[in-house]
Design a protein around this ligand. Structure first.
Ligand code: ADP
Ligand code: MG
Length: 330
């Protein structure tokens, strides 16, 4: 196995939505420039080109902070990107992992109004990655139904203000408990093996101006806990598998608790960060990009995951040899 194949890593993509009427009508400056499929510039320097005695003269126009920050992600989707394009470059690859026995977690992340629900759920005319992923999953299962038997369970839930609600039925908040054999179970919900999550808003800047100084909403705390959990899980896996020194803060929030199975072990994790292109959401976009960038960094610590996977492979080899020896003795 090559290094790239064995390490599970967090894939991070960013989707920039088109300006909404408020942003367009107010003539707000765009603060995100998509350079190509992998790079964007946040708050790019603007160069105003003027002519002086026939000579081109350029100068920087400092309208805002002009951070001119370059970010590189696994994929960057511009304002014109279609749902199909997002699906093909994100969850389509995850389906393979699911069919090969991996846990997969896909979560949309970003401020309110940045395009999370549009990306994940979409509409009946323009379905999002959840629908496209399920369709792909069923198509693929249909193709290999002769060779494999699949056990498929779905659940659709929302985590909001530390409460879990079943979105398929109108229920009161559900409890999370841990089952010795089934792992993390939400009472009243079917066991989930794939998670597709539409998160509530990110970061502190969604606090309305009137609440400045107040605690950020729980969702802001959730994503922080989730990223911390992701980082911890992956760091733990890069350590000696026998070492139990690192504390994994699964219990820190409902979201991290219920994602425990998805985040640990053989999991593929994909983060879709959604941002507005407009200066109207300057701080939100900046925060989202910073978080997404942090999540991306988790990938590099995962390289050493190879060590623990190799040790597992080693264990299997020992078991196989033992069984072979037993058979020979018969
Ligand atoms: P969030 O779930 O992050 O709060 P929404 O997905 O509800 O945000 O998006 C806010 C609005 O912007 C919605 O009206 C949605 O249809 C629109 N929107 C978001 N992303 C896109 C996109 N990529 N293309 C077109 N419209 C979009
Ligand atoms: Mg939403």
């Amino acid at each position: 196995m090559s290094e790239g194949e064995v390490c599970s890593h967090v894939k991070v993509v960013v989707r920039v939505r088109p300006s909404n009427p408020k942003e367009r009508d107010g003539n707000f400056k765009k603060v995100v420039r998509v350079v190509d499929n992998h790079m964007l510039i946040f708050d790019p320097k603007e160069t105003e080109v003027t002519f002086f005695r026939g000579q081109k003269v350029g100068r920087d126009v400092t309208k805002r902070a002009n951070k001119d920050l370059k970010f590189v992600f696994d994929h960057v989707f511009g304002e014109d990107s279609t749902q199909m394009e997002v699906f093909e470059n994100t969850t389509k690859g995850v389906v393979d992992g699911v069919l090969n026995g991996y846990n997969c977690t896909v979560f949309a992340y970003g401020a309110t109004g940045a395009g999370k629900t549009h990306t994940m759920l979409g509409s009946s005319e323009n379905p999002g990655v959840m629908y496209l992923t399920m369709k792909e999953l069923f198509n693929r299962m249909d193709l290999i139904k002769e060779e494999k038997v699949f056990d498929l369970a779905f659940s659709y839930l929302e985590v909001y203000n530390e409460q879990i609600r079943d979105l398929l039925v109108n229920s009161s908040p559900l409890a999370v408990r841990e089952d010795a054999t089934k792992g993390v179970v939400i009472q009243g919900l079917t066991l989930h093996q794939m998670s597709l999550i539409d998160m509530a808003g990110s970061g502190e800047s969604q606090v309305p101006p009137t609440l400045k100084g107040a605690r950020p909403p729980r969702e802001g705390a959730n994503i922080t806990a989730l990223l911390a959990a992701l980082a911890n899980v992956h760091q733990t896996h890069s350590l000696d598998p026998k070492s139990k020194k690192t504390h994994i803060p699964y219990r820190d929030s409902k979201l991290t608790r219920l994602l425990k199975d998805s985040l640990g072990g053989n999991c593929r994790t994909l983060m879709i960060a959604n941002v507005s292109p407009s200066s109207l959401s300057y701080e939100d976009t900046h925060n989202t990009l910073k978080y997404a960038n942090r999540a991306k960094e988790i990938k590099s610590t995962l390289k050493s995951n190879v060590v623990s996977v190799d040790s597992h492979v080693g264990q299997y080899a020992v078991i196989c040899e033992k069984q072979k020896a037993e058979i020979m003795q018969l």
